[in-house]
Design a protein around this ligand. Structure first.
Ligand SMILES: Cc1cc2nc3c(=O)[nH]c(=O)nc-3n(C[C@H](O)[C@H](O)[C@H](O)COP(=O)(O)OP(=O)(O)OC[C@H]3O[C@@H](n4cnc5c(N)ncnc54)[C@H](O)[C@@H]3O)c2cc1C
Length: 494
């Protein structure tokens, strides 16, 4: 049997991580293994800190697997004047495409349909600025297309009022896969990574040695562990009010979670089979205060997204019939394809953890996507806002603040030079060499083999059926139908 890689996140690594949580003393406990928490753990470990990373569920089990899966500057944020955010995000896009994750992030052409002559001027100016902010010229700059050229690329584009289109490039990723790559890279640098390990309570004060004790519950093996850490980074996104409240004295101003100032905004996506729409690029089109994305993938289309304030618990968020109807209506304004609710094979919802602006009322689409760090208790920092694309900037800013608080020297941020673990192909080859029978296809899942399940569990941190089906293999996205038989096959392998 091949030796385990130091970055492998399998059952044995989880058990070692839990033992370390109980026995060791950490410089930093990172709570939440979404994009922000995985990026923060990686950044801190790369600076020489001793780090633990815990999540109540799976890596990217929260918002970080329910995004539009775009690594983008965010064209629409130019309209809201967030130029700094767009510039930063474009720089991150280039880094991910080149140095950090060139095989996990790929360029994606977009069309902006133009319905009026003035659209061309207005959108053309926006895209000229977007190209300028990207600076490096890694991806082609925007180009004008005639209506005929646009229809050649996207035959189902609604053409009754089309006067042309602009084409520009952004990038696309598998968000859950990228988060796993971040967590594994962090583990390779010594981070103790424990999923299904929720923070349940914490001491309100640090002890005489400057350590704060935080209780976590192991949802797999049962029982509670007390973790001792000098600093705590709450990267819990939409859960920030509840989790930060655990670190404050009952009755204090911060205990109700108001201190972190998060606005929860719900975003829904629909999945359609690839054959439902004829086109080869993505489309971005205005939709009320927000935009509509029509995003191509080899096996399907993603249509998103809604942007509505959400008052429920983040874990309960789900697509409602009105979300589906809204997206189908917007889609019908853009394409001529005859798509109905019966064509929607899957829908998913996520909660944006937006940093509350002062003075912005009305639509959540208008709330800035910039991030904000706040100290919820001595040595306990919470971060909200930001974008998947800017996880590395968020992590850098957060770890800078942690290091300042620790009051001892640490190396500067180096994550712009650390390539993320990308070992899936090699692992699959090694597993097949050990057991060729793993090359058998999964029942009812064209394109998937048993080895994909085994790799997900042994190396990529999958613990439950959902982890494998929803986030490692993404069967609900990749397949038009997820049958009971394929679920039974995966369960058997687990
Ligand atoms: C619909 C939608 C579309 C989006 N599209 C894009 C896009 O295309 N590109 C882009 O750049 N950004 C996009 N975003 C934004 C992006 O997805 C988020 O900004 C990002 O994923 C937030 O990551 P996070 O790590 O802060 O939060 P999360 O991913 O939610 O992680 C928080 C984690 O904290 C854990 N947690 C909660 N409570 C506890 C506890 N007590 N103990 C331990 N762990 C706990 C949760 O289990 C969760 O895993 C989109 C967002 C939405 C909703």
């Amino acid at each position: 049997m091949s030796a385990e890689r130091p970055d492998a996140l399998g059952a044995a690594a989880r058990i070692r991580a839990l033992a370390a949580l109980a026995d060791d003393t950490f410089d930093l406990l990172v709570v939440g293994a979404g994009a922000t928490g995985c990026g923060t753990a990686l950044d801190a470990a790369a600076r020489g800190l001793k780090v633990a990373l815990v999540d109540a569920g799976d890596i990217a089990g929260g918002t970080s697997s329910r995004s539009s899966k775009l690594v983008h500057g965010g064209l629409r944020y130019l309209q809201t004047g967030d130029v700094v955010l767009v510039r930063e995000a474009l720089a991150e896009r280039e880094l991910l495409l080149t140095r950090l994750a060139p095989r996990l992030v790929r360029p994606l052409p977009f069309l902006v349909p133009l319905r009026h002559g003035w659209d061309r001027l207005y959108m053309g100016a926006g895209l000229t600025a977007y190209d300028g902010l990207a600076r490096s010229g890694l991806l082609p700059g925007h180009a004008r297309l005639s209506a005929a050229e646009a229809l050649e690329q996207f035959p189902d584009l609604r053409d009754d009022t089309l006067v042309g289109a602009l084409r520009y490039y952004d990038a696309q990723m598998d968000d859950a896969h990228l988060a796993v790559a971040l967590a594994r890279t962090a583990a390779g640098l010594g981070v103790a990574v424990a999923t299904y390990t929720a923070v349940v309570s914490a001491e309100a004060e640090r002890d005489a040695d400057g350590l704060r004790r935080v209780a976590v519950r192991d949802a797999v093996g049962g029982g509670e562990i007390t973790v001792a850490a000098r600093a705590v980074a709450l990267c819990v996104g939409a859960w920030a009010p509840e989790v930060s409240g655990l670190f404050c004295d009952v009755g204090s101003a911060a205990a109700d979670g108001e201190a972190v100032g998060v606005v929860r905004s719900k975003g829904v996506h629909l999945r359609l089979p690839r054959a439902a729409i004829s086109g080869t690029s993505a489309i971005i089109a205005p939709a009320g205060a927000s935009v509509l994305f029509v995003l191509p993938n080899p096996t399907h289309w993603l249509i998103g997204t809604t942007d509505t304030e959400y008052a429920g618990r983040p874990e309960d968020v789900a697509p409602e019939p009105e979300d589906v109807a809204y997206l189908l209506e917007r889609l019908a304004e853009v394409v001529t394809s005859d798509v109905s609710v019966d064509d929607v094979t899957y829908a998913f919802a996520g909660v944006r953890p937006l940093a509350r602006d002062t003075g912005v009322g009305g639509s959540t689409a208008k709330v800035s996507r910039e991030h904000r760090i706040s100290e919820v208790a001595d040595g306990v920092l919470a971060i909200v806002g930001g974008k998947w694309t800017t996880y590395r900037i968020m992590a850098r800013d957060l770890v800078d603040t942690v290091v300042e608080g620790l009051g001892r020297p640490a190396a500067p941020c180096t994550t712009d030079t650390i390539a993320l673990v990308d070992a899936r192909d090699a692992e699959i080859d090694a597993l097949l060499a050990e057991d060729p029978a793993l090359g058998e296809p999964l029942v009812d899942a064209p394109g998937f083999r048993r080895v994909d399940v085994v790799q997900a569990v042994r190396h990529d941190g999958a613990v439950t059926l959902d982890d494998v089906v929803e986030r490692r293999l993404r069967l609900h996205l990749e397949l038009d139908t997820v049958t009971e038989a394929v679920l039974a096959d995966v369960t058997r392998l687990l």
